[in-house]
Design a protein around this ligand. Structure first.
Ligand SMILES: *Cc1c(COP(=O)(O)O)cnc(C)c1O
Length: 473
């Protein structure tokens, strides 16, 4: 494909995406076809002769789009949002076009330096503690996901807890990780990969009212492990748990970690974005105790997947834990100590130029635009919660400080599961579920920049109508 062919096909693809976004609202949010529908519509073997891009676009419309769950749909309320935006897509396109590798500063200096500045910009936007900035002892890096951030934090924590021995010798003792029973599954996965095993993770009791980790239970677990000769390595606290957006009490947790010298990682994958708004920064109180912190701009900050923003307070510990220097990567810039080599801050060697999409997003929206987006999600969730509160058939299952509302019918689990199936079955909305205190609970999460009051109102109307049908004997 020469540059002129690319220009023509590229214009057609951008038009295709703009049309997709413009017509999204009129599509069913989720596909209805049975498993195998998409695969069976595709040829079993690749084409022998090349085909024009137009032929691929036609099959996109005919085969792929009907088989999609439309995550950018204004009535997609499932899981947590994973929203992209025009500026994010354009930044990503430039990154793909440049195709540079940013593993070392020297392999593409601007790739590293733009990322360092974007992470400092984000730290400024969220008002993170000064030690996370690259101008202090720490610094930020873009990971693919919050899961990778937790893994990298776990490795750095093992480096610290083993006094540096883990790097050469591997796991030689029983190291322990601690997180609330509502901590994300990626914490257990990181513990397995790092060699602690699932049994190395201590699930800490949460308050039944707030679903937040109980500091007294954390202290008791740490002391029991110490008494048994085990080594507490890392505590993962969550700002905005996946189930209900509970906020663990960082000031108390941080003081315990400081007392015992345990690495504190704070996982704010979804709710971290809220800190762009000063009125929501209460959720980050106590963050000055954290050794590392991450949030996903790819969830609620209009930056397309994948983009996790991860900071450490002491970049030296992270780099010592992860650096391996083969001869073919040796270079004068690295040896001068004056540059950042992000390969030492992550698991893979190679890395994309992901800072570009952040740069495009931050410049297009500005701090005010991002705040307006977060505030709109919070207000729409509050509007939905008000409807629920006004209807005696429903109850809220948890507080809704951000843009997630957890609720249920005052009825048994089966009835609530049937309620979810019925509203999702209309194809007009998509909600998901969780369990709160053992009980089946529906979740409505707002995040698309296209979501307006009418979409949330329609979700409510569908729920109220289905509730009427289900509760009528
Ligand atoms: C979504 C989520 C994760 C995982 O995010 P990825 O970026 O997909 O790995 C981790 N922790 C919490 C609290 C989450 O909500």
């Amino acid at each position: 494909m020469n540059p002129d062919e690319f220009r023509r096909a590229g214009h057609a693809v951008i038009d295709w995406i703009a049309d997709y976004w413009a017509t999204l609202e009129h599509r069913p949010v989720t596909p209805a076809d049975p498993p195998g529908t998409v695969a069976s519509a595709l040829p079993a073997t690749p084409p022998t002769a090349g085909e024009p891009v137009g032929a691929v676009l036609a099959d996109l419309d005919a085969i792929v789009v009907p088989g999609l769950t439309h995550w950018q749909h204004p009535s997609f309320f499932g899981y947590f949002p994973a929203n992209t935006s025009g500026p994010s897509l354009l930044g990503d396109l430039v990154s793909s076009g440049l195709g540079v590798q940013g593993m070392l500063w020297t392999t593409s200096p601007a790739c590293t330096e733009l990322e360092t500045v974007m992470m400092d910009w984000l730290a400024e936007l969220l008002d993170l503690p000064p030690r996370f900035r690259s101008t202090g002892s720490g610094g930020g890096v873009i990971q693919d996901s919050a899961s990778s951030a937790t893994l990298v934090a776990t490795l750095a924590a093992l480096h610290r807890a083993s006094g540096g021995r883990w790097r050469a010798a591997g796991i030689d003792r029983r190291y322990r990780a601690y997180t609330s029973v509502h901590g994300h599954s990626s914490i257990e996965k990181a513990a397995r990969i790092a060699g602690l095993g699932s049994d190395g993770v201590r699930p800490i009791e949460a308050d039944p009212e707030t679903q937040a980790l109980r500091p007294a239970a954390l202290r008791a677990a740490i002391e029991a492990d110490l008494a048994a000769g085990e080594i507490p390595a890392i505590v993962v606290a969550t700002i905005g748990t996946t189930s209900t957006t509970a906020v663990d009490p960082l000031p108390e947790i941080g003081a315990i970690c400081a007392e015992y010298g345990i690495w504190l990682h704070v996982d704010a994958a979804y709710a971290g974005a809220a800190a762009v708004c000063p009125e929501l920064r209460w959720s980050h109180a106590g963050l000055e105790y954290a050794d590392s912190y991450c949030f996903d701009p790819h969830k609620w900050l209009l930056t397309g997947f994948d983009c996790d923003a991860f900071w450490v307070a002491d970049r030296g510990e992270l780099i010592e834990a992860l650096t391996v220097l083969p001869e073919f990567l040796r270079n004068a810039a690295s040896e001068s100590g004056a540059v950042i080599d992000y390969r030492d801050w992550q698991v893979p060697l190679g890395r994309r130029f992901r800072a570009l999409k952040l740069w495009f997003v931050l410049r297009w929206y500005g701090a005010e635009g991002l705040r307006a987006h977060v505030r709109s999600g919070v207000a729409l969730a509050a509007r939905f919660a008000d409807r629920l509160r006004a209807d005696d058939r429903f109850e809220l299952a948890a507080a809704h400080p951000f843009s997630l509302v957890c609720f249920r019918l005052r009825a048994d689990d089966d009835t609530n599961a049937e309620l979810l199936a019925r509203v999702n079955g209309t194809g007009r909305v998509h909600l998901t579920h969780t369990r709160v205190a053992g009980r089946y609970t529906l979740r409505l999460a707002v995040g698309s920049p296209q979501t307006a009051e009418r979409h949330v109102d329609e979700a409510w109307d569908l729920l109220a109508a289905a509730a009427g049908d289900l509760l009528t004997p």
